[in-house]
Ligand binder design. Sequence first.
Ligand code: BGP
Length: 479
Amino acid sequence: MMTVKFPEGFLWGGATAANQLEGAYQEGGKGLNLADVLPGGKENRLKLLSSTGFDFEIDKSKYTYPNHEGIDFYHRYKEDIALFAEMGFKTFRLSIAWSRIFPNGDELEPNEEGLAFYDRVFDELAKYNIEPLVTIAHYETPLHLIKEYGGWRNRKLVEFFERYVTVLFNRYKDKVKYWLTFNEINGATHMPLLGLGFSPESEETRLQDSFQGLHHQFVASAKAVQLGHEIIPGSQIGCMLIYAPVYSFDSNPENVMYAQQEARIFNNFCGDVQVRGEYPSFIDRYFRENDVNIKMEDGDLALIKEGTVDFISFSYYMSRTDKKNKTPEEIGQGNLIGGVKNPFLKASDWGWEIDPIGLRIALNELYDRYQVPLFVVENGLGAYDKVEEDGSINDDYRIDFLREHIKAMGEAVDDGVELMGYTSWGCIDLVSASSGEMSKRYGFIYVDKLDDGSGSFERSRKKSFYWYKNVIATNGEEL
Ligand code: BGP
């Protein structure tokens, strides 16, 4: 048995996003954002994410809106951060809700109340020496930018984003060193609604509009890296990818080739642009064959070259197994990112295939390709939890999942991968992004809120809380 060894100063912690936990959706001068118009419930939300022509309206007669209250972190952050500190967190990943800072997104002056809220959060973290890791854009584009401008398809958003990040960097320069630009940027073509803030008009326009939106985000991200380095000397600014290694279903070269192509487009394209600073050569053929034409402005490519990221962060939940010709029954076997069923893997209650070795593969693939430090900023098991009569929650399934994934990370470190840290997703139960459910729980900390919105919002420690506390205390040696 190998002993897992993680580097000194490894950043253990947990990850969240503003829209999934803050609540207080109309307090402190906050404007509405994308998450505020997304309905709750697996059927309603999942369908919407892959559909076309969403109108971005709230209809309370038909739907619930669980992100409106989230888990009320906005009012309870002190208690929550104290619990993170009790587990020994070295870092806490959170996002800033753009529409708390610029309620509409296109104002010239920021909203002081929004800025002050994050000051309080960062000060609270500092009390416990917890390093904030801040995502600048995590699926929460201000609604006004969606409705009036068409989301990231519109070049104007680059300018608004630049104003937003300049305000953030200046305000928090003494408090935040680690930043991520766009959450799961490469998920954009798959689900443009979340990352790019638009609902495709039709399947025909989806790719063209998504890649154009991505180009705008590449430019905006490069600009943010430059500004961040200027305003906060010593800051570390990363990209954020959703990464699922693509396995060929079998050794048929047709399928191996197909898997390689899919991996390039889905896994490598965005990283190549943000880490190497160039559009990769393989994308030309893909664009040609799919009628994608990117409109660029003079200076865009130079900026992208200059604004490369310092490290790569990514989410890892599952691998993807795929083949060229799929029967209708083989398609859509539960994995959010597509593919066919892998006969060697079991899946979570939501059909996400569980594959710890895939994380070691992901880490090695990324490090081989880029040789920059890596950071696993999301990983975890969404599961139903049962509260026992005595109030305890015995989530051994979650402990097993995390143990195997942390072991796989340890193997990758032993393989020579440079790894900065690990923040497990949803360290405190929060609203699921893809299904809008509370019952899809990831936390070490249980939150008493149910899918129908009822509950006391009280927090309690699950069995995994104590387990993770010991993992951190032993720097991953005791799993
Ligand atoms: C990632 C997102 C998170 C998140 C997580 C788990 O894609 O960055 O926001 O929620 O996946 O997904 P879900 O909440 O759908 O279970």
